[in-house]
Design a binder for this molecule. Structure first.
Ligand SMILES: O=P(O)(O)OP(=O)(O)OP(=O)(O)OC[C@H]1O[C@@H](n2cnc3c(O)ncnc32)[C@H](O)[C@@H]1O
Ligand SMILES: [Mg+2]
Length: 171
C-alpha cells in the first residue's frame, strides 16, 4: 500500500508514520507539499476541513497513492473567543473521504487580535514564544499547554480517529 501525506511539515509526516506503525499498517510513505486551496490562515472549521480534503485529494491525483492523508490547521470564532482547530482527511479512490477533528484550545486575546487583523498564526507564535518554527515543532497547542499536548500528539490523535474508521484495515 502506498500512503501519501499532503505536507512537508515534519510534525505532520511523523504523526502519520507513527500512527500507522502503531496500528501495524504496512506501507510505503511519500509526502508532497500539497496545496490546501484555502486561505493561508483558515478561519473556520469548514475552511480548515476543506483544506484537509483538498490536500488529500491533490495527493491522490498527483502521487499514485492508494491512501492519501491531508492535515490542516486553522482557527475558528466562537462566542467565547478564537479557538485553534485542526482537521484531517483520509482519501482513497472510489471511496468516501473520511474526516476527523482534533483538540481545540482558546487562543489568548493578544494572538486573536492579530489573527483577526489578517496575520498568520505560524509567525505570530514564533514572536509570542520567542522560539523558531513553532509550527513544525510543539505548535501553538504545545506553547499554550506548556508542553502537556504538543502538535504531534494532536495530529496523532486525528490520525487514530481517521484510520480507526477504516474497518477493512482491522479485519
Ligand atoms: O507545511 P504545512 O503543511 O502547510 O503546515 P503548516 O504548519 O503551515 O500548518 P497549516 O498550513 O495546516 O496551518 C495553517 C496556518 O496556521 C498556522 N498554524 C496552524 N496550527 C499552528 C500551530 O499549532 N502552531 C503554529 N502555527 C500554526 C500555520 O503556520 C499556517 O499559517
Ligand atoms: Mg501551511
Amino acid at each position: 500500500m502506498k500512503i501519501a501525506v499532503g505536507s512537508k511539515n515534519p510534525v505532520k509526516i511523523k504523526a502519520v508514520e507513527y500512527t500507522l506503525q502503531e496500528a501495524r499498517i504496512q506501507g510505503s510513505f511519500m509526502s508532497i507539499d500539497a496545496p490546501s486551496n484555502v486561505s493561508e490562515m483558515p478561519f473556520s472549521d469548514e475552511e480548515t476541513m476543506q483544506g484537509a480534503i483538498n490536500r488529500a485529494e491533490y495527493c491522490l491525483k498527483h502521487m499514485e497513492a492508494d491512501v492519501a492523508i491531508g492535515l490542516e490547521g486553522g482557527v475558528m470564532e466562537t462566542p467565547f473567543g478564537l479557538f485553534l482547530c485542526n482537521w484531517g482527511a483520509l482519501a482513497e479512490n472510489g471511496k468516501t473521504t473520511l474526516l476527523a477533528g482534533g483538540a481545540r484550545i482558546k487562543l489568548p486575546d493578544e494572538i486573536a487580535v492579530n489573527l483577526r487583523a489578517g496575520e498568520e498564526l505560524g509567525p505570530l507564535m514564533d514572536i509570542y514564544s520567542r522560539r523558531e518554527n513553532v509550527r513544525s515543532k510543539e505548535g501553538a497547542i504545545g506553547i499554550f499547554t506548556n508542553g502537556m499536548v504538543n502538535r504531534d500528539e494532536l495530529f496523532i490523535h486525528i490520525m487514530k480517529l481517521l484510520i480507526g474508521q477504516k474497518g477493512d484495515w482491522f479485519k
